[in-house]
Design a protein. Structure first.
Length: 201
């Protein structure tokens, strides 16, 4: 009996040691993990109020030394000053904006400051590119708040496409001879002042 229990105890001890060794070996070996794949991050910010115009890279300015470009012609019924025609023999600054856009409020205010110092021959026009979201009342209210005393109108898809508008705060400067001098992001008033002088020459 003593010998048999000694054998049983010996086998039990060996089994326990083998189990401990197996556990230590596997716990020390890093477990294989699934490969990590990049995950697309979706913005949780509210969509911008410019649904009718995709946000992207600003339109490229027309180089002054490049080939002459004729400004696309259009007529638009303004909300406060009858029908506006572009080009119409006057230097014109067209501002593509939205009354629901915070930066456009600042942009319209910037233009109002410049308009107060430019010749009366310069025609100013604000074109709201989001008629599905903005109302005539909101457009006129913003113009009144910043002192933008010029025609305010809703743009059309045809005008947006013709002037390659891909973002809000886009400006087009048309010379009195109908040439498109600039078509791009809202520049500084210093640059825009030079452009209006050139457009009026």
């Amino acid at each position: 009996m003593t010998i048999r229990w000694w054998w049983i105890a010996g086998f039990g001890a060996l089994g326990a040691m083998a189990g401990v060794g197996y556990h230590l070996t596997h716990s020390a070996t890093p477990q294989a993990t699934a490969p990590i794949h990049p995950v697309a991050v979706v913005s949780t910010a509210p969509p911008p109020a410019n649904g009718s115009v995709p946000v992207g890279t600003s339109a490229s300015p027309i180089p002054s030394s490049g080939p002459t470009t004729t400004a696309p012609a259009f007529h638009v019924a303004s909300l406060n000053a009858g029908t506006v025609t572009v080009p119409n023999g006057r230097p014109t600054v067209a501002y593509f904006m939205s009354s629901g856009c915070g930066s456009c409020f600042s942009g319209e205010q910037q233009l109002a400051h410049l308009a107060a110092t430019t010749p009366k021959s310069v025609q100013w026009l604000s074109l709201d590119v989001d008629p599905g979201y903005d109302s005539p009342q909101s457009v006129l209210a913003m113009a009144h708040a910043v002192g933008a005393h010029w025609p305010q109108a809703f743009s059309t898809n045809a005008i947006v496409n013709a002037y390659h508008v891909t973002q809000l705060d886009t400006v087009a400067v048309i010379a009195k001879n109908g040439h498109l001098l600039y078509d791009g992001a809202l520049p500084s008033n210093a640059q825009l002042g030079r452009l209006t002088t050139q457009a009026n020459a």
